[in-house]
Structures are given as C-alpha cells and as structure tokens.
Design a protein around this ligand. Sequence first.
Ligand code: NMX
Ligand code: MLT
Length: 423
Amino acid sequence: MAAEIKEFVKENGNQVIGQYTIEQVYAGMKGMVGMVTETSKLDPDEGIRFRGYSIPELCEKLPKSSAGPEPLPEGIFYLMLIGEMPSEDDVHNVSNLWARRAIVPKHVFDMLDKLPVNTHPMTQFSAAVMALQTESVFAAAYRKGLSKKEYWDPMYEDVMNLISRLPRVAAYIYRRMYKGGVHIEPDPKLDWAANFAHMLGYDDPDMKKLMRLYLTIHADHEGGNVSAHTTHLVGSALSDAYLSFSAGMNGLAGPLHGLANQEVIRWIIDLRNYYDGAMPTQEQIKEYVLKTMEEGKVVPGYGHAVLRKTDPRFIAQMEFAQAYMPDDENCKIIRMVYEVVPPILSGIKKIKNPWPNVDAHSGALLTHYGLIEYDFYTVLFGVSRAMGVLASLLWDRALGHPLERPGSVTTEWMKGRVVKSPV
Ligand code: NMX
Ligand code: MLT
C-alpha cells in the first residue's frame, strides 16, 4: 500500500482538491481536508463508516459472542487494522493475543497509588499510559538503530501491548477510586470487553453486552477529532504509541470532546434535582435547556463539528436501551430531551447541528447497571478510542507518513492577504 500511495501521489500530487476561507482558518480548520486516515470516514449526514461499513452494518456483520447480538470490539479493531471483515477465528485470535499481552508492570500501579485518590480518572489514565512507556518496544528499537522501513514492526508490538493493557489499567483506577482499592484479577477466558466489565466489578451478562457495544461504537471517528488528530500529530514526531496515545487522551478529557459524556449525565441529574427528583415534563425540560443556555453554557451531548444529523452511535445506544431497559427513567428522559432540544437549537442560527452526538446517551446506560461514578466515563471512551487511533498510528509508520507541521500566520499577515472588493 505504501508503494501504491507513493505512485498515486507521484501521478496526482499537484491536483487541487479544495479551497478554504479565512473564516475556516479562524474556526478550527473545520471542513478543511488536511490529513489521510484509513480506518474510518465520517459523512455529515450518514455518520461514521469503518472501512466502508456503517454502524448498523457492523452490528449485523461483525462476529459476536454466543451471549448476544452485540459485536465483539476485537472485530472492529481487526477491520480497521487489516481493512477486511474478520471471521470468527480472526476475532478469537485477537482476543487470545490481547489476553496474553495484558501484563501491566508493578511500577504503573505503584505510581497510581502515589497520586491523590481524587485525581480525575482521565488524569490517572493518561499518567498510567505514560508510566507504561518504559515498555515501549519502538522506543528501545529506535535507540538501538532502526531503518525507516522497519518502523511499523516494533510499532505493531507497542499497539498490541498497549491495547491489551488498557482495560487492566482502567479497572485499577476505577477500583482504587470507588471500590476501596479492592482489585479484581482478569479472567483470560473472557473476551476483551467482558473481561473489562468483570475487572471493573460488573458481572451482569447484560452489562457485558453493553460493554461490547460501547467499546465497538466509540472506537474511531475519522482522523480529525481531537483525540485522533493529537495521537497522529504527536506520533508524527516518531514519539512511540504510549507517548502519542497519552497525548490523545488529554484531548479526549476535554468537555467539548469525550468528557461530554460525564457532563450529560451530570446535567440530567441536575435537571432531575432541580425538579425535586421527579420525572420532569417536556415543558420543564424545555425550561431547563433554556436556563442552561441563558447561563452561557452548552447543552452537553448536542451538536457536532462535522455531523449534521443524529449520530448513529446515539441511535445504536437508544436501541440498546429500548431492548434491555425500556422502563429506565434516565433513558426515558434522554428520549424526551431528544424531542425537546433539536427544535430549540435549530432556532439558533449560529448552531450548525442541533442533533445528539454519541455522548448524549452513554451515561444513562452505564448508570442503569450501577456504574454511577460518571467522572470515570471518559476512561471507558478512551479504552475504546485506543483501537482506532492506535490502528491509525501503526498505519502512519507503515506508510511512512512524515512529520506534521502546518503553517501558521498572524492576523497582521491575514489582513495583508485580503482582496479588497471594488466599490
Ligand atoms: N449547546 C449550546 N451551544 C452550542 C451547542 C450546544 N450543544 N453546540 C454548538 N453551540 C454553539 C457553540 O458553542 C458556538 O458558539 P460561539 O460561536 O458563541 O462560540 C456556536 O454554537 C457554533 O458552534 P458549531 O459550529 O455548531 O459547533 P462547533 O463545531 O464549534 O463545536 C461541539 C462542536 C461538539 C464542540 C459543540 O456542538 C458543543 O460544544 N457541544 C456540546 C458538547 C458536546 O456534546 N461535545 C461532545 C462532542 C462529541 N465528542 O465525543 O467529542
Ligand atoms: C468523536 O467521536 O471523536 C467525536 O464525535 C468528535 C468528533 O468526531 O469530532
């Protein structure tokens, strides 16, 4: 593929693929094509496609466990990395490989134990990934001397090891913070998602099903989102997978990105408390949405930088709720909010997308099974996102992607470029 791309660029490299405006430069480069990511592509109206497959197609076609119809996340990793739909055997192999590699050195746990226990779980997660960097096969090989053509090989080891180890690290943080430091040993017989739920302390088979779905649908969202772009950017300096992924996680920890999932459930709880804990009416939800916006805050879980319709990842979670917890009050409120918010946001000209994104639903599902410590939710998102951004990082090394270094200008420079229209 590297040879194919080289040839493609040689033949077509000087073709123009777009133009952009001054406004786009000031508005966070939205809509500007600036990078190539092979694992998935986002369509503003249809949502995400992983190697061409939409979320409903994946739910149908990816291999499943015998326990239920939810796809196994190992399959989406295989699909993103290899570019082909995996067989059941392929998925089983990935599961086994990850179970065998899930060894976390003691110094990582020791480091976590030294942090104040109320350190935000995302800070602990990012720090733990940094502590794991002692294990980087890429960093060690590069130090010894490595030809460019071989970069992908030790990167493969880092990517596989890191993904294998993340559930163990995440579960340690969870149990340390919220379960008195009583830890649960992994069960290597379980699939990756079920083992993660088990180590967190949730053995309800339906929670394991949720974990399979959750880890599958959060895995990737093309290359321009903050966590994916950061991982790619830092990796472009030949930083190893641990350094790059930890940086990406610091972006996921922002409230406009992954942290929105904790913000949503916090907002729902506050809304309920505001109306004395009772089920709110549509009118009360409307009043609360307007109050949120009058206070100058965003309505968490709504809007998107690229999407212009309801996020299919939201729909997948709503369908899960309808199948497994039709009477759950928070899920009912989420559905009411879905009826109330889009008409309000549509009436505000500057808001480009009034529809819910992935974060609008996840907290209510997790809360249903007892995982109520919402500060932890973004760590779950991060464990899933690892699969997409690390599969891409491996491709970056295999394809020989160069250092990323866009130009930047001053406003003074920009003013000098303005073409004055004739009066
Ligand atoms: N509630 C209130 N105002 C909003 C919302 C919202 N949900 N969404 C956008 N706006 C505002 C936005 O703050 C901006 O205002 P201003 O010009 O005064 O700064 C204006 O509308 C234009 O924003 P857009 O161009 O529509 O959106 P943008 O691409 O800048 O940002 C988000 C996208 C996702 C950051 C934004 O919609 C938002 O803040 N949503 C709430 C937070 C959220 O749910 N984030 C999760 C995204 C998914 N993820 O996992 O990363
Ligand atoms: C994501 O999953 O990364 C979010 O929806 C944000 C984005 O795509 O920009």
